[in-house]
Design a protein around this ligand. Structure first.
Ligand code: DLL
Length: 434
């Protein structure tokens, strides 16, 4: 039987959701107009006042916020409450060096933890579970966010933080951890280590994992699920909006439900800023309608995504988002062609490689060079030049048919690319185009 953390709202009718969104939006717009002079100025420049916002249908009238605004207003210019009412901050890297700093009141922490608790329950979590949080604790939101959610659900929480892989594996086994929370690349690494140590899927006590903070493919999910004998759920979020838990996957594993009673999503054309109809691919924009201390309205995430509504077998009614397909700002344009790292990963995994790869882009004599370095798995490792060349050729062809451009492929020995304990670095762009 499907369980929910907050059933009434998670399964509310569309009509009810719109009513809640409208009521909260009207209140939130008044709040920023009165308390955030930076945003009020933006509204005035666009000729909008709180009187123009009567329901969620008026959302498009409001100005956007972007990372550039966070930089301009750094550090306190977007605060919605006096600093003395804030109880926490988190931070992440910004676009040009300045870090993004986000602030939380106790109310904001509470809502954020509720969102994470919804995700944990959707992944099968109850107060009987032992949850190992292997996202980084500290300025990054992953650790503290899932930690707070786990407490709300009543799980025994292991605040492992990231790193110390052998210790992670010891706790998973000795304390019979049933739910693992970390980045998908770290989950892949943990699963690889456990396999090497001789653990088969049936020896590992874990039943599920809640993985997010970076892009990962279906192929990577299947491989993690198989190696550890678990179900792996996606979770999405960003620091500016709170952290993990903006959206999460349910047992259907077909897109993530957005917690739309707190975050109203839109999809826009990143160039024209025009709002696109449901189902279109474009940039994801969120309006946080409950946040007091750091009230983000129409925040441009730069994540390229798609939204749709469907009758989900899990019973939740909230709108779904696809796995982000890349970012409108870190999408690579190589020889004029748009390239998403996830496309490359798909080709590699479909050809039996693990997600241990680097994309290296440079510009020589005014022409882009494009190299994909990937590790051979221990099973396929060989030092026969002929065999290596044949394998490289297969990948070059696979990438060509996926992307339409030719890449140089370099096969590396197993374990030659440094493993990440947090978000993996997959792209090295030496072109310095910005
Ligand atoms: O990564 C929050 C988080 C922590 C989410 C733990 C999930 C789990 P930031 O460091 O601010 O916050 O990075 C936010 O990461 O705009 C996306 O580009 C990317 N991202 C987050 N979750 C996913 C995901 C956290 N499930 C940025 N799939 C976002 C793909 C993701 N990309």
């Amino acid at each position: 039987m499907e369980r929910y953390y907050q059933e009434e709202i998670e399964c509310a009718s569309l009509e009810k959701i719109k009513e809640i969104q409208s009521e909260k939006l009207v209140k939130q717009v008044k709040h920023v107009w009165e308390d955030v002079p930076y945003y009020r100025k933006k509204m005035e420049a666009k000729g909008v006042t709180p009187d123009d916002i009567k329901s969620v249908d008026d959302l498009h009238k409001l100005p956007f916020l972007s990372k550039a605004d966070l930089r301009d207003a750094y550090p306190y210019g977007l605060l919605g409450t006096p600093l003395k009412d804030c109880v926490r901050m988190h931070s992440t890297s910004g676009t040009t060096g300045k870090r993004v700093v986000a602030f939380y009141s106790q109310h904001d922490i509470d809502l954020w933890e509720d969102c994470c608790a919804r995700a944990i329950v959707a992944a099968g979590g109850t107060d009987e579970d032992v949850i190992q949080v292997a996202y980084g604790y500290g300025l990054f939101t992953g650790g503290m966010g899932l930690h707070g959610g786990a407490h709300k659900v009543g799980c025994l929480t292991i605040p492992a933080s990231s790193g110390s892989t052998d210790r992670q594996i010891m706790f998973i086994n000795d304390l019979s951890a049933t739910i693992l929370c970390c980045t998908p690349s770290y989950a892949a690494y943990l699963s690889e280590r456990m396999k090497e140590m001789g653990y088969g899927p049936d020896d590992i006590p874990l039943k599920s994992a809640i993985l997010g903070a970076e892009a990962w493919t279906e192929e990577m999910r299947k491989s993690i699920e198989k190696t550890m004998g678990i179900k792996a759920y996606d979770i999405y979020g960003l620091t500016e909006l709170s952290g993990p838990g903006v959206a999460f996957e349910c047992s259907a594993q077909t897109g993530m439900h957005i917690n739309e009673d707190h975050f109203i999503p839109e999809i826009i054309d990143p160039d024209t800023e025009e709002v696109l109809p449901e189902g279109s691919v474009g940039e994801l924009v969120f309006t946080a309608v409950d946040k007091e201390a750091f009230p983000m309205l129409r925040y441009r995430t730069r994540d390229i995504c798609k939204l749709w509504r469907e009758k989900c077998p899990c019973g939740r009614t909230h709108i779904k988002m696809a796995k982000p397909m890349g970012r409108s700002d870190d999408m690579l344009i190589i020889r004029g062609v748009n390239v998403f790292p996830s496309q490359i990963e798909t080709v590699l995994l479909n050809n039996g490689y693990a997600a241990n790869y680097l994309i290296v882009v440079d510009r020589v004599n005014n022409t882009d060079t494009f190299e994909v370095q990937v590790e051979m798995t221990p099973e396929m490792f060989t030092d026969s030049i002929a065999e290596i060349e044949a394998k490289q050729k297969t990948l070059v062809e696979g990438l060509k048919s996926m992307l339409g451009i030719k890449a140089k492929v370099t096969l590396l020995a197993p374990k030659s690319i440094a493993r990440s304990e947090g978000k993996a670095v997959r792209v090295i762009d030496n072109r310095k185009l910005h």
